[in-house]
Design a protein around this ligand. Structure first.
Ligand code: SF4
Ligand code: FES
Length: 251
């Protein structure tokens, strides 16, 4: 396949960015989108042009690092796949492909296609954990009965890889799908009950502090999420937040 690529180039966080046009030839339809980007970068290096900076790590849909906005969609035109799992067979020979970074006030551009998603780390640090007794008298996890339906929902929420596609897709730049997945994966389980109220209050507070927008239930985040995280998690988090807010006022 021969392709025209329109790629966002930006030297650093403060520099003004612009779109540069590159052509790549003989791309296999079986290659991944990131392999195509590797070929572009080899070509640029051979021509003494600085390669395009982009994020990646596992290249198998697990780490959440890859974060490209491709032809106006987070992770490109396929559904329930990350950019690293996107294959070039989704495009046609002769296509022009526009490649931009995830854009949101909460994700400032670092360079080219790399954005700073450390806001997600700070939200996690605000409550995305459970405290456990590691004294040696800890109860075996398998001894705690959990209804199958709750375990399944918690597991589904826990599949969020923190990629940020939900934020990049949302017209409000809301991080509610991500935060609600991280809250739900614990609030559905007995192990998450001790810190349940504190967790949801602190994580939502940190989300607001980071400058993410509010959810207006457009549902675009769910459509573009590579892990199919459900909007049900947002409804659950809103209920948990309301009840925790009322309880905290009663104290
Ligand atoms: S909810 Fe989906 S889109 Fe958002 S960070 Fe998690 S995996 Fe990515
Ligand atoms: S590089 Fe890890 S999810 Fe894409």
């Amino acid at each position: 396949m021969n392709l025209t690529l329109k790629v966002w180039r930006q030297q650093n966080a403060k520099a003004k960015g612009k779109v540069e046009t590159y052509n790549v030839k003989d791309i296999s339809p079986d290659s991944s989108f990131l392999e195509m980007m590797d070929i572009l970068n080899e070509q640029l290096i051979n021509n003494d042009i600085e390669p395009v900076a982009f994020d990646h790590d596992c290249r198998e849909g697990i780490c959440g690092m890859c974060s490209l906005y491709i032809n106006g969609e987070a992770h490109g035109p396929d559904r329930k796949v990350t950019t690293c799992q996107l294959h070039m067979r989704m495009f046609k020979d002769g296509d022009t492909i526009t490649i931009e970074p995830f854009r949101s006030a909460g994700f400032p551009v670092v360079k080219d296609l790399v954005v700073d998603r450390s806001a997600f780390d700070r939200i996690q640090q605000a409550g995305g954990y459970v405290s456990v007794n590691t004294s040696g008298n800890t109860q075996d996890a398998n001894a705690i009965p959990i209804p199958k339906v709750d375990a399944d929902k918690a597991f589904d929420a826990a599949t969020c890889i923190g990629c940020g596609a939900c934020v990049a897709t949302c017209k409000n730049g809301s991080a509610m799908l991500f935060v609600s997945a991280k809250v739900s994966q614990f609030s559905l389980l007995p192990q998450g009950q001790v810190e349940k109220d504190r967790r949801v209050l602190n994580m939502v507070d940190q989300m607001d502090t980071e400058g993410f927008g509010n959810c207006t239930n457009t549902g675009a985040c769910e459509v573009e999420c590579p892990k199919g995280i459900s909007l049900d998690n947002i409804a659950r988090m809103n209920r948990d937040f309301l009840s925790a807010s009322v309880l905290s006022k009663d104290k």
